[in-house]
Design a protein around this ligand. Sequence first.
Ligand SMILES: [Mn+2]
Length: 359
Amino acid sequence: MTSPDLERFRAALPASGRLVLCTHRHPDPDGLGAMVGLQHLLEEGLGLEADLVLEGRIRRAENLAMRRLLDIQAMPKGKVDPECYDGVLVVDSQPGFTHTYPPGALPILAVIDHHEPPPGTDPPPPERFVWVDPDYGATSTMVYDLMKGLRVEPDQRVATALFCGVRYDTNDLARGATPQDEEAYLDLLRRADRKILAAIDHPALTRDYFRQMAEAIRCCRIRGPLLITLMGEVTSPEAVAEVADWFVRLEGNQWSLAGGACDGRYQVSLRTDMPGTDAYPVLKAILEPEGSCGGHGRMAGGQIPLTELGLDEVRALVERRAIEVLGLQEVEPRPLAEPRETEAACPPPPSAPAGGGTR
Ligand SMILES: [Mn+2]
């Protein structure tokens, strides 16, 4: 476990000026929280203004609620005028990752991240502040520690944002959390706006969301220990992950494989709660060589581009490989939600009250 080198951090930044903060595409709560925290830290601790650049849409209802309720302002990457800025800071990601493209024409001054560095990247220039520590459960915890080192207090909004980051990446300290994450989590929870946290936990959901979930239930087939839900077009890649997460909660232990087409790719998520299994090698065997994936432990995600192969071909390919990889050729599929014996689940809607009827 490392702690931040405050002198090197200061030395990597200009004495005055304006900076850009960025993270990976489709930012998650940890990326957002780390950006909000760092923006506050730069302003309060070092007198530096910073603007956020967000790339890729935020579509998960919880993440949208976080952005709206915490008023996280950002500008599109195309609007960054290099004349107005001194450099870029990257959080919760690293320049070599394929989902991260910092605005060009500006030097990268600092990188703060808790992911393993991408393989085969060149060593960074010596003047850059690079603090990468995969032991941390969340980048928001790293920013919290940096804040503590520079004696900057988070206000309520900043504490709420950082808390969302720590809780999301560590699954409320249940996954990969260190003593540092626990300290940050507990201290930030004390300072956070509880009403906003509750609203982020239970955001309003669109009718599209329910339509998507209804379609997922219709689509899902159980084949022994495999729940397979290969949908057509979906509203967002996050919807695929949500479906996989939702169905793995079915009682008993299983693999939950979900897929859906979005933005010219077939997105696939795999979850497992089978004891002693690892999702990544299984998803890799299903998606490669046509597609690619990442992940670790019980979750993995990836995609196959819908360029060489059409949607139906990709669905058939994913299904066939999943059955092969898990050795389920002999198992007959059946629907997740089998119809009841007597089909009267929904009573007919009440008709308009007839005049003079009894109540
Ligand atoms: Mn993270």
